[in-house]
Design a protein around this ligand. Structure first.
Ligand SMILES: Nc1nc2c(ncn2[C@@H]2O[C@H](COP(=O)(O)OP(=O)(O)OP(=O)(O)O)[C@@H](O)[C@H]2O)c(=O)[nH]1
Ligand SMILES: [Mg+2]
Length: 424
């Protein structure tokens, strides 16, 4: 059974809490704060694997939980970061967040690694916060929470062309003739139950990937026959090769219309995909006559094919590759919008223009009239005051800005007389 869609849950780890501690030994009676930072919680990644071709591995294990980061310790010792989890998925997998419908990843290549749930940052220990007016802070941050997401994984095969048509029109036989696929064929309907891929090589050395699909019938979108669920595998193909049988058992033109209706019913604009219409089984008796009538109704000439005599095979392959090369990649619903579009938030821009982050001698300095004024109003001689100031800085997006200017883990950041450590 082909598993090409499943829902899983991922949970990244929480960051370890920061530590509150003070240096105490026989030489230092009243030492400064020395509580270390908590470690980062484990993140969850997806990794593209070309040797996988289904989502079978997710049949049983459907929840992936990364560990939490370790707590910070005294004498400035950091808690350990938790291990990340890397989940291997077949190339062609699209990952969508169930609650928002947002596409988080479109895995198209072997080795492509995408972060889907970020581990929480470790909390800062009290050694991170120092103000000239308050040298012994008794505060530490808690670790930031991890993320919990339900993800829909969908495998959409990566093929250049898709073979469509009624059952028993010779789709799989054609794939076998033009590639080394060697998939089973038989004279009963629904021989092919799952899509098959084959690489077709032309005599001139060019090649393309062809997907052989299970047969469709009228009413497939209502669940008749095998239904239309496999059509997701041709959503990525540039062109469709539509086989219509001239064996005389059925009315070719009615079949042709019925398949196009099913494509339309599947909501992914498949009916707009360039199509090569092929009259198959041309070695059968009476096929010539049927084809003539069929072409007349079509209003153009279909390509004659017999997988038995190999009539038309080269012509069809040539036409297919030319059309593939001339057709741009078709956007998959949801994927392009999220990967190409950046949404600008007015508040974000406003907050950003308010201040600058300058490189100082011992780290970074936040400069800006309003920000400095706001910060000065907060009394950092108390622990509560420091908490408020940190929260204020969080709200104006300091973390992101520090990341943008290239601040490194552990760098000192100063605003007014307050100094804190930047942690990534
Ligand atoms: N005479 C003749 N028979 C063919 C030709 N192509 C396929 N056949 C036969 O037609 C039958 C059906 O072929 P398949 O390739 O299994 O058809 P399919 O379209 O893949 O069918 P499903 O997988 O059921 O959708 C098989 O018995 C093939 O041997 C052809 O060009 N000429
Ligand atoms: Mg088949």
């Amino acid at each position: 059974m082909l598993i090409d869609r499943c829902v899983i849950e991922v949970r990244s780890g929480k960051g370890g809490d920061g530590c509150i501690s003070f240096l105490r030994d026989k030489n230092t009676a009243k030492g400064g704060p020395d509580g270390g930072n908590g470690g980062r919680g484990g993140s969850i990644y997806f990794l593209g694997k070309a040797n996988l071709n289904n989502l079978y591995n997710f049949r049983h294990s459907r929840t992936f939980i990364a560990q939490d980061g370790e707590k910070g310790m005294k004498t400035m010792r950091y808690g350990h970061n938790a291990e990340d989890i890397t989940i291997e998925v077949p190339v062609g997998t699209i990952v969508t967040e169930e609650s928002t419908g947002r596409v988080l990843a479109d895995i198209k290549e072997e080795g492509q690694k995408v972060l889907v749930a970020k581990g929480g940052r470790g909390g800062r220990g009290n050694a991170c916060f120092k103000s000239s007016r308050h040298r012994i802070p008794r505060i530490a941050e808690n670790g930031h929470p991890g993320e919990k997401k339900r993800l829909i994984l969908e495998l959409k095969l990566l093929a250049d062309a898709g073979l469509i048509g009624f059952p028993s029109v010779g789709k799989s036989t054609f794939l076998n003739v033009v590639s080394k696929a060697n998939v089973p064929t038989a004279d009963y309907p629904f021989t092919t139950l799952v899509p098959n891929l084959g690489v077709c090589y032309l005599k001139d050395g060019r090649s393309f990937v062809l997907a052989d699909m299970p047969g469709l019938i009228k009413g497939a979108h209502e669940g008749k026959g095998l239904g239309i669920q496999f059509l997701r595998h041709i959503e990525r193909t540039r062109i469709l090769i539509h086989l219509v049988s001239m064996s005389g058992e059925r009315d070719p033109y009615q079949d042709y219309l019925a398949i196009n209706e099913e494509l339309k019913a599947y909501d992914a604009f498949l009916e707009q995909r360039p199509q090569i219409v092929v009259a198959s089984m041309m070695d059968m008796e009476g096929a010539e006559d049927l084809k003539k009538k069929f072409d007349k109704k079509l209003g153009f000439e279909s390509i004659a094919l017999s997988s038995l005599t190999h009539e038309g095979v080269d012509k069809l392959l040539k036409k297919a590759i030319e059309l593939i090369e001339a057709t741009p990649e078709f956007p998959i619903k949801g994927v392009n919008e999220t990967t190409k579009m950046k949404v600008y938030d007015a508040r974000e821009i406003e907050g950003k223009s308010d201040y600058q982050i300058l490189r100082g001698e011992n780290g970074w300095i936040i400069k800006g009239e309003k920000v400095e004024r706001d910060a000065a109003l907060i009394n950092t001689t108390t622990d509560e005051g420091i908490v408020r100031l940190i929260r204020y800085l969080d709200n104006i997006g300091i973390e992101e800005r520090l990341q943008e200017v290239g601040a490194q883990d552990g760098d000192k950041v100063q605003i007014g007389d307050f100094v804190f450590d930047y942690t990534t």
